[in-house]
Write a protein that binds this ligand. Structure first.
Ligand SMILES: [Zn+2]
Length: 422
Protein backbone atom coordinates (compact mmCIF):
# COMPACT_ATOMS: atom_id res chain seq x y z
CA UNK A 1 0.00 0.00 0.00
CA UNK A 2 1.25 3.48 -0.92
CA UNK A 3 0.63 6.63 1.09
CA UNK A 4 1.95 10.14 0.44
CA UNK A 5 2.56 12.82 3.04
CA UNK A 6 3.10 16.24 1.48
CA UNK A 7 4.45 19.50 2.87
CA UNK A 8 5.67 18.06 6.16
CA UNK A 9 8.77 19.08 8.11
CA UNK A 10 10.88 15.92 8.31
CA UNK A 11 13.34 15.62 11.15
CA UNK A 12 15.09 12.85 13.08
CA UNK A 13 18.03 12.80 15.45
CA UNK A 14 20.54 12.10 12.65
CA UNK A 15 19.72 15.44 10.97
CA UNK A 16 20.94 18.82 12.08
CA UNK A 17 17.84 20.63 10.83
CA UNK A 18 14.38 19.75 9.50
CA UNK A 19 13.50 19.78 5.80
CA UNK A 20 10.13 20.66 4.30
CA UNK A 21 9.46 17.44 2.41
CA UNK A 22 7.13 15.09 0.61
CA UNK A 23 7.28 11.50 1.87
CA UNK A 24 6.18 8.32 0.15
CA UNK A 25 5.47 5.27 2.30
CA UNK A 26 5.13 1.90 0.62
CA UNK A 27 4.52 -1.50 2.23
CA UNK A 28 5.35 -0.24 5.70
CA UNK A 29 8.62 1.46 4.75
CA UNK A 30 9.76 4.93 3.70
CA UNK A 31 10.28 4.59 -0.03
CA UNK A 32 11.04 8.17 -1.13
CA UNK A 33 11.71 11.40 0.74
CA UNK A 34 12.14 14.54 -1.38
CA UNK A 35 11.98 18.31 -1.01
CA UNK A 36 8.31 19.45 -0.83
CA UNK A 37 6.69 20.03 -4.21
CA UNK A 38 8.38 17.13 -5.98
CA UNK A 39 5.63 14.53 -5.63
CA UNK A 40 2.68 14.77 -7.95
CA UNK A 41 0.82 11.70 -6.75
CA UNK A 42 -2.66 12.07 -5.26
CA UNK A 43 -2.22 13.39 -1.78
CA UNK A 44 -3.20 11.25 1.16
CA UNK A 45 -2.20 13.79 3.75
CA UNK A 46 -1.27 17.44 3.26
CA UNK A 47 0.69 18.85 6.18
CA UNK A 48 0.19 22.36 4.76
CA UNK A 49 3.64 23.41 5.93
CA UNK A 50 2.62 23.32 9.58
CA UNK A 51 3.07 19.63 10.38
CA UNK A 52 6.21 17.81 11.51
CA UNK A 53 6.88 14.18 10.59
CA UNK A 54 9.30 12.68 13.13
CA UNK A 55 10.10 9.15 14.40
CA UNK A 56 7.65 7.59 16.83
CA UNK A 57 8.95 7.06 20.34
CA UNK A 58 10.34 3.76 21.58
CA UNK A 59 9.38 3.17 25.20
CA UNK A 60 12.25 0.91 26.23
CA UNK A 61 11.07 -0.19 29.66
CA UNK A 62 7.63 -0.88 31.04
CA UNK A 63 5.00 -3.28 32.28
CA UNK A 64 2.00 -2.43 30.14
CA UNK A 65 -0.88 -4.07 32.08
CA UNK A 66 0.10 -2.03 35.14
CA UNK A 67 -2.16 0.75 33.89
CA UNK A 68 -4.85 -1.29 35.61
CA UNK A 69 -3.03 -0.73 38.93
CA UNK A 70 -2.72 3.02 38.57
CA UNK A 71 -3.27 4.92 41.80
CA UNK A 72 -3.26 1.90 44.13
CA UNK A 73 -0.05 2.92 45.87
CA UNK A 74 1.05 6.51 46.17
CA UNK A 75 3.45 8.06 48.68
CA UNK A 76 4.97 4.73 49.78
CA UNK A 77 8.54 3.32 49.45
CA UNK A 78 9.37 1.00 46.52
CA UNK A 79 9.45 -2.29 48.43
CA UNK A 80 6.26 -1.57 50.36
CA UNK A 81 4.63 -0.44 47.12
CA UNK A 82 5.63 -3.68 45.38
CA UNK A 83 4.99 -6.12 48.21
CA UNK A 84 1.78 -4.68 49.68
CA UNK A 85 0.10 -2.74 46.90
CA UNK A 86 1.13 -4.29 43.61
CA UNK A 87 2.06 -7.98 43.89
CA UNK A 88 -1.11 -9.09 45.78
CA UNK A 89 -3.27 -7.48 43.09
CA UNK A 90 -1.20 -8.94 40.26
CA UNK A 91 -1.86 -12.38 41.77
CA UNK A 92 -5.57 -11.89 41.09
CA UNK A 93 -5.08 -11.08 37.41
CA UNK A 94 -5.55 -13.74 34.72
CA UNK A 95 -4.69 -13.80 31.01
CA UNK A 96 -7.81 -11.93 29.96
CA UNK A 97 -6.98 -9.18 32.46
CA UNK A 98 -3.49 -8.90 30.95
CA UNK A 99 -5.03 -8.58 27.51
CA UNK A 100 -7.38 -5.83 28.71
CA UNK A 101 -4.56 -3.99 30.48
CA UNK A 102 -2.24 -4.19 27.50
CA UNK A 103 -4.86 -2.79 25.15
CA UNK A 104 -5.47 0.09 27.54
CA UNK A 105 -1.72 0.78 27.68
CA UNK A 106 -1.30 0.62 23.89
CA UNK A 107 -4.14 3.12 23.47
CA UNK A 108 -2.38 5.50 25.85
CA UNK A 109 0.96 4.98 24.13
CA UNK A 110 -0.41 5.55 20.62
CA UNK A 111 -2.15 8.74 21.71
CA UNK A 112 1.14 10.05 23.08
CA UNK A 113 3.33 9.07 20.13
CA UNK A 114 4.86 5.73 21.10
CA UNK A 115 5.18 3.30 18.20
CA UNK A 116 7.21 0.53 19.87
CA UNK A 117 7.58 -0.62 23.46
CA UNK A 118 9.48 -3.04 25.66
CA UNK A 119 7.55 -5.06 28.18
CA UNK A 120 8.17 -7.36 31.10
CA UNK A 121 5.09 -9.02 32.54
CA UNK A 122 3.09 -12.26 32.52
CA UNK A 123 0.92 -14.05 29.95
CA UNK A 124 3.01 -13.37 26.85
CA UNK A 125 0.30 -15.00 24.74
CA UNK A 126 -2.24 -12.36 25.76
CA UNK A 127 0.09 -9.37 25.60
CA UNK A 128 1.37 -10.36 22.15
CA UNK A 129 -2.23 -10.97 21.03
CA UNK A 130 -3.13 -7.39 21.98
CA UNK A 131 -0.10 -6.04 20.05
CA UNK A 132 -0.85 -8.07 16.93
CA UNK A 133 -4.54 -7.17 16.87
CA UNK A 134 -3.83 -3.46 17.20
CA UNK A 135 -0.73 -3.47 14.96
CA UNK A 136 1.69 -2.28 17.65
CA UNK A 137 5.43 -2.98 17.57
CA UNK A 138 6.97 -4.42 20.76
CA UNK A 139 9.64 -6.53 22.38
CA UNK A 140 8.00 -8.61 25.11
CA UNK A 141 9.44 -10.67 27.94
CA UNK A 142 7.96 -12.72 30.72
CA UNK A 143 8.89 -11.51 34.20
CA UNK A 144 10.97 -14.35 35.69
CA UNK A 145 11.22 -14.33 39.50
CA UNK A 146 10.76 -16.46 42.62
CA UNK A 147 12.56 -19.42 44.19
CA UNK A 148 14.76 -21.76 42.16
CA UNK A 149 11.89 -23.99 41.07
CA UNK A 150 9.63 -21.09 40.11
CA UNK A 151 12.39 -19.38 38.15
CA UNK A 152 13.16 -22.51 36.15
CA UNK A 153 9.48 -23.07 35.36
CA UNK A 154 9.00 -19.46 34.23
CA UNK A 155 12.22 -19.55 32.22
CA UNK A 156 11.00 -22.67 30.41
CA UNK A 157 7.71 -20.94 29.55
CA UNK A 158 9.42 -17.74 28.40
CA UNK A 159 11.87 -19.72 26.27
CA UNK A 160 9.21 -21.93 24.74
CA UNK A 161 7.23 -18.85 23.72
CA UNK A 162 10.32 -17.14 22.33
CA UNK A 163 11.29 -20.15 20.23
CA UNK A 164 7.88 -20.67 18.68
CA UNK A 165 6.69 -17.12 18.19
CA UNK A 166 7.01 -15.64 14.72
CA UNK A 167 6.03 -12.08 13.93
CA UNK A 168 7.29 -9.04 12.02
CA UNK A 169 6.01 -6.65 14.68
CA UNK A 170 6.65 -8.42 17.97
CA UNK A 171 9.92 -9.82 19.29
CA UNK A 172 10.32 -11.95 22.42
CA UNK A 173 13.14 -11.65 24.95
CA UNK A 174 13.79 -13.21 28.36
CA UNK A 175 12.88 -11.17 31.43
CA UNK A 176 14.74 -12.13 34.62
CA UNK A 177 13.16 -9.54 36.93
CA UNK A 178 16.20 -8.50 38.99
CA UNK A 179 19.15 -9.78 41.02
CA UNK A 180 17.01 -9.57 44.16
CA UNK A 181 14.17 -11.76 42.85
CA UNK A 182 16.16 -14.45 40.99
CA UNK A 183 18.63 -16.73 42.87
CA UNK A 184 22.25 -16.54 41.68
CA UNK A 185 22.55 -20.04 40.23
CA UNK A 186 19.25 -19.69 38.38
CA UNK A 187 20.32 -16.29 37.00
CA UNK A 188 23.29 -18.12 35.50
CA UNK A 189 20.87 -20.55 33.91
CA UNK A 190 18.79 -17.71 32.46
CA UNK A 191 21.93 -16.11 31.00
CA UNK A 192 23.16 -19.45 29.61
CA UNK A 193 19.79 -20.12 27.99
CA UNK A 194 19.65 -16.64 26.45
CA UNK A 195 23.13 -17.05 24.99
CA UNK A 196 22.48 -20.55 23.66
CA UNK A 197 19.40 -19.40 21.76
CA UNK A 198 20.58 -15.89 20.84
CA UNK A 199 17.77 -14.20 22.76
CA UNK A 200 18.03 -10.73 24.33
CA UNK A 201 17.45 -10.07 28.04
CA UNK A 202 15.60 -7.41 30.02
CA UNK A 203 16.58 -6.88 33.65
CA UNK A 204 15.93 -4.33 36.43
CA UNK A 205 19.31 -3.04 37.50
CA UNK A 206 20.45 -0.96 40.52
CA UNK A 207 17.21 0.97 40.71
CA UNK A 208 17.32 1.82 44.43
CA UNK A 209 20.19 2.69 46.71
CA UNK A 210 20.01 -0.35 49.00
CA UNK A 211 19.05 -2.85 46.34
CA UNK A 212 22.47 -4.50 46.14
CA UNK A 213 22.27 -5.37 49.86
CA UNK A 214 19.22 -7.57 49.26
CA UNK A 215 20.41 -8.97 45.92
CA UNK A 216 20.96 -12.74 45.83
CA UNK A 217 24.68 -12.79 45.07
CA UNK A 218 27.67 -14.46 46.75
CA UNK A 219 28.97 -12.35 49.63
CA UNK A 220 31.18 -9.43 48.65
CA UNK A 221 30.40 -9.59 44.94
CA UNK A 222 30.24 -6.25 43.12
CA UNK A 223 27.42 -5.60 40.60
CA UNK A 224 29.76 -5.71 37.60
CA UNK A 225 31.34 -8.97 38.80
CA UNK A 226 27.81 -10.31 39.09
CA UNK A 227 27.06 -9.45 35.44
CA UNK A 228 30.27 -11.16 34.37
CA UNK A 229 29.97 -14.21 36.67
CA UNK A 230 26.33 -14.96 35.83
CA UNK A 231 27.07 -14.65 32.11
CA UNK A 232 24.53 -11.84 31.70
CA UNK A 233 27.31 -9.62 30.36
CA UNK A 234 27.81 -11.81 27.31
CA UNK A 235 24.14 -11.91 26.29
CA UNK A 236 23.23 -11.04 22.71
CA UNK A 237 21.73 -7.89 24.19
CA UNK A 238 21.17 -6.83 27.77
CA UNK A 239 18.63 -4.15 28.55
CA UNK A 240 19.39 -2.73 32.00
CA UNK A 241 16.40 -0.82 33.33
CA UNK A 242 17.09 2.14 35.66
CA UNK A 243 20.83 1.89 36.45
CA UNK A 244 20.45 4.75 38.92
CA UNK A 245 23.09 3.52 41.38
CA UNK A 246 25.95 2.49 39.12
CA UNK A 247 29.24 3.56 40.70
CA UNK A 248 31.39 6.06 38.84
CA UNK A 249 34.37 3.71 38.89
CA UNK A 250 32.30 1.18 36.90
CA UNK A 251 31.05 3.45 34.10
CA UNK A 252 33.59 2.13 31.60
CA UNK A 253 32.36 -1.42 32.20
CA UNK A 254 28.93 -0.52 30.84
CA UNK A 255 30.20 0.95 27.56
CA UNK A 256 29.57 -2.20 25.51
CA UNK A 257 27.75 -2.76 22.25
CA UNK A 258 25.45 -5.36 23.80
CA UNK A 259 24.39 -3.19 26.78
CA UNK A 260 21.75 -0.49 26.90
CA UNK A 261 20.81 1.34 30.07
CA UNK A 262 17.18 2.41 30.01
CA UNK A 263 16.65 5.70 31.78
CA UNK A 264 13.30 6.01 33.58
CA UNK A 265 13.48 9.53 34.98
CA UNK A 266 9.93 9.96 36.27
CA UNK A 267 9.55 6.56 37.90
CA UNK A 268 12.95 7.00 39.57
CA UNK A 269 11.92 10.37 40.94
CA UNK A 270 8.47 9.30 42.05
CA UNK A 271 9.69 6.21 43.91
CA UNK A 272 12.52 8.17 45.47
CA UNK A 273 15.09 5.98 43.72
CA UNK A 274 17.27 8.93 42.70
CA UNK A 275 18.57 10.47 39.48
CA UNK A 276 20.63 8.35 37.11
CA UNK A 277 23.90 10.06 36.05
CA UNK A 278 22.84 10.02 32.41
CA UNK A 279 25.13 12.80 31.17
CA UNK A 280 28.10 10.95 32.67
CA UNK A 281 26.90 7.74 31.01
CA UNK A 282 26.85 9.57 27.67
CA UNK A 283 30.33 10.94 28.18
CA UNK A 284 31.55 7.41 28.89
CA UNK A 285 30.10 6.02 25.68
CA UNK A 286 27.29 4.01 27.28
CA UNK A 287 24.27 3.24 25.06
CA UNK A 288 21.06 4.72 26.41
CA UNK A 289 17.32 4.52 25.84
CA UNK A 290 14.33 6.01 27.65
CA UNK A 291 11.36 4.28 29.24
CA UNK A 292 8.33 5.15 31.31
CA UNK A 293 8.32 2.03 33.52
CA UNK A 294 4.85 0.76 34.49
CA UNK A 295 1.97 3.24 34.64
CA UNK A 296 1.46 2.72 38.34
CA UNK A 297 4.86 4.20 39.17
CA UNK A 298 4.85 7.09 36.70
CA UNK A 299 1.77 7.50 36.26
CA UNK A 300 1.72 8.21 32.53
CA UNK A 301 3.02 6.33 29.49
CA UNK A 302 3.95 9.58 27.80
CA UNK A 303 7.43 9.42 26.27
CA UNK A 304 7.44 13.08 25.28
CA UNK A 305 7.09 14.04 28.95
CA UNK A 306 9.75 11.46 29.87
CA UNK A 307 12.13 12.90 27.33
CA UNK A 308 11.82 16.40 28.78
CA UNK A 309 12.31 15.13 32.33
CA UNK A 310 15.43 13.33 31.11
CA UNK A 311 16.83 16.59 29.72
CA UNK A 312 15.89 18.90 32.58
CA UNK A 313 17.21 16.58 35.28
CA UNK A 314 20.68 16.65 33.72
CA UNK A 315 20.51 20.37 33.03
CA UNK A 316 20.08 21.03 36.75
CA UNK A 317 23.87 20.59 36.90
CA UNK A 318 24.89 22.16 33.61
CA UNK A 319 22.78 23.69 30.82
CA UNK A 320 24.90 22.11 28.10
CA UNK A 321 24.00 18.58 29.23
CA UNK A 322 21.76 16.34 27.11
CA UNK A 323 21.91 17.81 23.60
CA UNK A 324 18.56 17.69 21.82
CA UNK A 325 19.56 15.29 19.05
CA UNK A 326 20.94 12.84 21.64
CA UNK A 327 17.76 13.11 23.65
CA UNK A 328 15.57 12.21 20.68
CA UNK A 329 18.02 9.52 19.58
CA UNK A 330 17.66 7.84 23.00
CA UNK A 331 13.88 7.99 22.65
CA UNK A 332 13.80 6.60 19.11
CA UNK A 333 16.69 4.92 17.30
CA UNK A 334 18.58 4.13 20.50
CA UNK A 335 15.59 2.33 21.97
CA UNK A 336 14.81 0.58 18.68
CA UNK A 337 18.33 -0.85 18.45
CA UNK A 338 18.21 -1.97 22.06
CA UNK A 339 14.96 -3.81 21.35
CA UNK A 340 16.49 -5.58 18.36
CA UNK A 341 14.71 -3.65 15.60
CA UNK A 342 16.86 -2.67 12.65
CA UNK A 343 16.17 0.27 10.33
CA UNK A 344 13.84 1.83 12.88
CA UNK A 345 13.88 5.27 14.47
CA UNK A 346 14.84 7.48 11.53
CA UNK A 347 12.94 9.13 8.72
CA UNK A 348 15.08 7.71 5.96
CA UNK A 349 14.46 5.78 2.75
CA UNK A 350 14.42 2.04 3.47
CA UNK A 351 13.60 2.51 7.14
CA UNK A 352 10.43 1.19 8.74
CA UNK A 353 7.66 3.78 8.55
CA UNK A 354 7.01 4.23 12.28
CA UNK A 355 6.39 7.93 12.85
CA UNK A 356 4.20 10.63 14.31
CA UNK A 357 2.69 13.76 12.80
CA UNK A 358 2.92 16.83 14.99
CA UNK A 359 0.66 19.87 14.66
CA UNK A 360 2.88 22.96 14.42
CA UNK A 361 -0.10 25.28 14.02
CA UNK A 362 -0.38 25.79 17.77
CA UNK A 363 0.57 29.04 19.55
CA UNK A 364 3.65 27.56 21.20
CA UNK A 365 5.22 26.81 17.80
CA UNK A 366 5.10 30.43 16.62
CA UNK A 367 8.41 31.13 14.91
CA UNK A 368 9.28 27.51 14.12
CA UNK A 369 11.57 27.02 11.09
CA UNK A 370 13.50 24.20 9.45
CA UNK A 371 16.49 25.21 11.57
CA UNK A 372 14.89 25.46 15.01
CA UNK A 373 12.26 22.71 14.84
CA UNK A 374 14.25 20.34 17.13
CA UNK A 375 14.43 23.02 19.84
CA UNK A 376 10.70 23.68 19.60
CA UNK A 377 9.89 19.98 19.79
CA UNK A 378 12.14 19.40 22.79
CA UNK A 379 11.14 22.33 24.96
CA UNK A 380 7.82 23.72 23.70
CA UNK A 381 6.09 20.66 22.27
CA UNK A 382 4.15 17.92 24.00
CA UNK A 383 2.19 14.79 23.20
CA UNK A 384 -0.95 16.94 23.05
CA UNK A 385 0.36 18.16 19.65
CA UNK A 386 0.27 14.71 18.06
CA UNK A 387 -2.09 14.44 15.10
CA UNK A 388 -1.31 10.90 14.04
CA UNK A 389 0.69 7.85 15.10
CA UNK A 390 1.78 5.43 12.39
CA UNK A 391 3.32 1.97 12.89
CA UNK A 392 4.74 0.04 9.91
CA UNK A 393 2.95 2.43 7.56
CA UNK A 394 -0.45 1.89 9.19
CA UNK A 395 -2.18 4.84 10.82
CA UNK A 396 -3.26 3.55 14.23
CA UNK A 397 -4.27 6.89 15.73
CA UNK A 398 -5.43 10.07 14.05
CA UNK A 399 -7.01 13.26 15.39
CA UNK A 400 -8.10 11.67 18.65
CA UNK A 401 -9.49 8.46 17.15
CA UNK A 402 -8.05 4.93 17.09
CA UNK A 403 -8.33 2.96 13.86
CA UNK A 404 -7.72 -0.58 15.10
CA UNK A 405 -9.29 -0.57 18.55
CA UNK A 406 -12.68 0.37 19.97
CA UNK A 407 -11.57 2.61 22.79
CA UNK A 408 -14.90 2.56 24.66
CA UNK A 409 -14.87 -1.22 24.67
CA UNK A 410 -11.22 -1.30 25.75
CA UNK A 411 -12.02 1.00 28.66
CA UNK A 412 -15.10 -0.98 29.70
CA UNK A 413 -13.20 -4.27 29.73
CA UNK A 414 -10.29 -2.74 31.61
CA UNK A 415 -12.74 -1.35 34.16
CA UNK A 416 -14.12 -4.85 34.77
CA UNK A 417 -10.60 -6.03 35.61
CA UNK A 418 -9.98 -3.02 37.76
CA UNK A 419 -13.10 -3.77 39.84
CA UNK A 420 -12.03 -7.38 40.25
CA UNK A 421 -8.62 -6.50 41.71
CA UNK A 422 -9.68 -3.48 43.77
ZN1 LIG B 1 10.23 -1.85 35.78
Amino acid sequence: MIKIYKNVYVWDSSRKTATLSDVKVKDGKFETITRAGNMSAKCAFDGKCHTALIPGFVNAHGHSPMGLLRGFGEDVPLMEWLQERIWPREDKMDGEDMYNGTRLAIAEMLATGTTCFADMYFYLDQISRACEEIGMRANLSRGIMGNAEQVMAKLAKNLDFALHYKSDLVKISLGPHSPYTVPFEEMKEVARTAKEHGIALQLHWLETENEWDIALHPEGMAPEEYLAETGLASALHLLLAHGVHIKESAYKFYARDNFTIVHNPKSNLKLGSGIAPVQAFLENGISLAIGTDGASSNNRLDMWEELRFAALLQKRLTPTAMPIAKLFEMASEGGAGALGFEKLGRIEEGYNADFILVDLDKPHYLGVTEENLPEFLAYAGSSADIRATVVAGETLYQDGAFTTLDIERVKARAMETRKKIS
